[in-house]
Design a protein around this ligand. Structure first.
Ligand code: HEM
Length: 429
C-alpha cells in the first residue's frame, strides 16, 4: 500500500508543474483553436522545477553541455527551444543561434532579467530599459569602450600589470585566479573610481559629484532630486565594477591555463609580441601597437570563447510571443544558453581544442555571443579585449609558467574554471 502511495505521490509531484503551467495553455488552445504550442520539454517538480537535473549535469557529472544534448536527443530540435522550470521560474531555454538572435534583438518583447537586481542596482545600465538605457550606454561607451578612451586605458593599466607579473615571479608559485583578480581589481578600481589625472577623470568627477550631493540630501527617491541622481550614479559604478571584475579576471586566468596546455600557441604568441617589445625598446605599448598584434587578437577571442564567462543570460517575455510556431508565454523567463553556442561542434570544429587559428575565418553567424548581443551587447567588450591583449603581451614576453595540476577537475558553478584556480609555477624567462 505504502509503495502505491509513494509512486502515486511521486507521479503527482513530477506532473504538478505540467498541470499548473502547461495544461491551462493547452486547454485554451483547444478551446479557441488558435495560438501556437509551447516548445517541448518538462517543467519538473513543484518549486524546484528541473534544478536537480541542472545540478546533476553542472555540478555532479561536470558535463554541462550534456544538459542540452540530453534534451536534444529526447525532444529533437523544436527551433532551438525547450520549456522548463529553472531558477524559480517557468522558462524557455534557447540554445540555437537563430532563436538567441531573435530574443536578443526583439527589445519590445523581452526585457533583461537579473536574479537579484537589487545587488546591481535598479537604475544601473544593466537593469534599465528603453531610451534611458540607450542614453546611459552611449555615455558609458564613450567613457571607456571607444578608441579615444581605449588609447588612454591602454597606458593606464600597464604599470599595475607589469608590477603584478613581477611580484608573481618573486612568489614562485601562484594561483592564477587569485592573482589575476587582484590586478584586475586594481585596474578596474583605478579606471572607474580614480581621481588621478586622465581623460576619465571628468566623467568620473561628474558622477562622484552626483554621489556626494546625493549623500548630503534627504533620501527622496523622486526623479530630479539629488538623492535620486546619486542613487543612479552609485548603481552604475557598481555595475561597471561588477561587470568588469570577475569577467576579465576569469579571461586572464583562462589565458594562462590554455597557453600552458598549448605550448605551440604560446610560442607563436611570444614571437609576435617579442617583435613589438623589441621595436618599443622597453616603452609601454600604445593602443595602436596592440591593434597590429593580429595573432594576439586571435588568442584573445579564442580564450574568451573557451572561458565561457557568461554561460547563461536571462530575459523575461513582456508579452506572449510566437516564434516559428512555438509560444513563449508572457512573464516566462528565456534562458539564453550562450555557452552551448561556443561548445557545440556544429558551430566550432573540435570546440574543446584551443585553436586561435580558427579565427582566420569569421565564426558562423550568430554562433559567437560571448559578449551577448543586440542593444545589450557588453558595454565593456573592447575594454576587456584590450586588457587581455596587454596582459598577454607582458606575460608571454617576460615569463614562463607551468600548471601544478594539469589534470585538475573543472567546475562550472558559479563560473567555469579548473578547481585549483589554475595553480602555476611562475618565473622570469
Ligand atoms: C571577458 C570579459 C567580459 C565578458 C565575457 C562579458 C560578457 C558580457 C555579456 C554576455 C553581457 C550581456 C549580458 C546580457 O545580455 O544578459 C555583458 C553586459 C555588460 N557588460 Fe560585460 N563582459 C566582459 C567584460 C566587461 C567589462 C570589462 C565591463 C566594463 C566595466 C563590462 C560591463 C558590462 C556592462 C555594463 C553590461 C551591461 C550592458 C547593457 O545592459 O547595456 N563587461 N557582458
Amino acid at each position: 500500500m505504502w509503495l502505491v502511495s509513494v509512486i502515486g505521490l511521486s507521479l503527482l509531484l513530477w506532473w504538478w508543474n505540467e498541470f499548473w503551467y502547461v495544461f491551462p495553455l493547452k486547454l485554451r488552445r483547444l478551446a479557441t483553436g488558435t495560438g501556437a504550442e509551447l516548445p517541448p520539454g518538462h517543467m519538473g517538480f513543484p518549486i524546484i522545477g528541473e534544478m536537480l537535473t541542472f545540478i546533476w549535469y553542472f555540478k555532479i557529472l561536470r558535463r554541462p553541455d550534456e544538459f542540452i544534448n540530453y534534451k536534444r536527443k529526447k525532444y529533437g530540435d523544436a527551433e532551438g527551444m525547450y520549456r522548463t522550470h529553472l531558477f524559480g521560474s517557468p522558462s524557455i531555454i534557447a540554445y540555437l543561434p537563430p532563436i538567441n538572435k531573435f530574443v536578443l534583438h526583439t527589445d519590445d518583447a523581452f526585457t533583461i532579467k537579473w536574479p537579484n537586481v537589487e545587488l546591481i542596482g535598479r537604475t544601473s545600465l544593466g537593469a534599465v530599459d528603453g531610451k534611458y538605457h540607450a542614453r546611459l550606454r552611449s555615455f558609458v561607451s564613450n567613457a571607456f569602450n571607444r578608441p579615444k578612451a581605449l588609447r588612454c586605458v591602454a597606458l593606464q593599466v600597464q604599470p599595475r600589470m607589469v608590477a603584478a607579473l613581477d611580484s608573481w615571479a618573486q612568489k614562485g608559485t601562484i594561483i592564477a585566479y587569485v592573482e589575476t583578480r587582484k590586478v584586475t581589481f586594481e585596474n578596474i578600481g583605478k579606471l572607474f573610481v580614480s581621481f588621478e589625472p586622465g581623460p576619465l577623470l571628468e566623467p568620473m568627477f561628474k558622477l562622484f559629484k552626483g554621489v556626494i550631493q546625493g549623500i548630503r540630501t534627504q533620501p527622496l527617491n523622486i526623479p530630479g532630486s539629488a538623492s535620486y541622481h546619486g542613487r543612479q550614479v552609485i548603481d552604475n559604478i557598481i555595475t561597471l565594477v561588477i561587470g568588469g571584475y570577475e569577467s576579465t579576471t576569469l579571461a586572464k586566468m583562462w589565458a594562462m591555463y590554455c597557453l600552458a596546455k598549448y605550448p605551440k600557441v604560446l610560442e607563436k604568441l611570444r614571437e609576435e609580441n617579442m617583435s613589438v617589445s623589441k621595436n618599443k625598446e622597453g616603452d609601454i605599448l600604445t593602443y595602436d601597437d596592440i591593434s597590429k598584434l593580429k595573432y594576439t587578437s586571435k588568442v584573445v577571442e579564442e580564450t574568451i570563447r573557451m572561458a565561457n564567462v557568461a554561460s547563461l543570460s536571462f530575459r523575461m517575455a513582456t508579452k506572449d510571443v510566437e516564434y516559428k510556431g512555438y509560444k513563449i508565454p508572457k512573464n516566462w523567463n528565456v534562458i539564453l544558453w550562450l555557452r552551448y553556442l561556443h561548445t557545440n561542434p556544429e558551430n566550432f570544429e573540435d570546440p574543446m581544442c584551443f585553436n586561435p587559428d580558427r579565427w582566420n575565418e569569421p565564426p558562423k553567424p550568430g554562433t559567437y555571443l560571448v559578449f551577448g548581443g543586440g542593444s545589450r551587447l557588453c558595454a565593456g567588450n573592447m575594454l576587456a579585449r584590450i586588457q587581455l591583449s596587454l596582459f598577454l603581451h607582458y606575460l608571454s614576453t617576460g615569463y614562463k609558467w607551468k600548471l601544478v595540476n594539469p589534470d585538475a577537475q573543472m567546475i562550472y558553478l558559479s563560473h567555469h574554471k579548473p578547481a585549483d584556480g589554475v595553480e602555476v609555477e611562475f618565473s622570469k624567462i
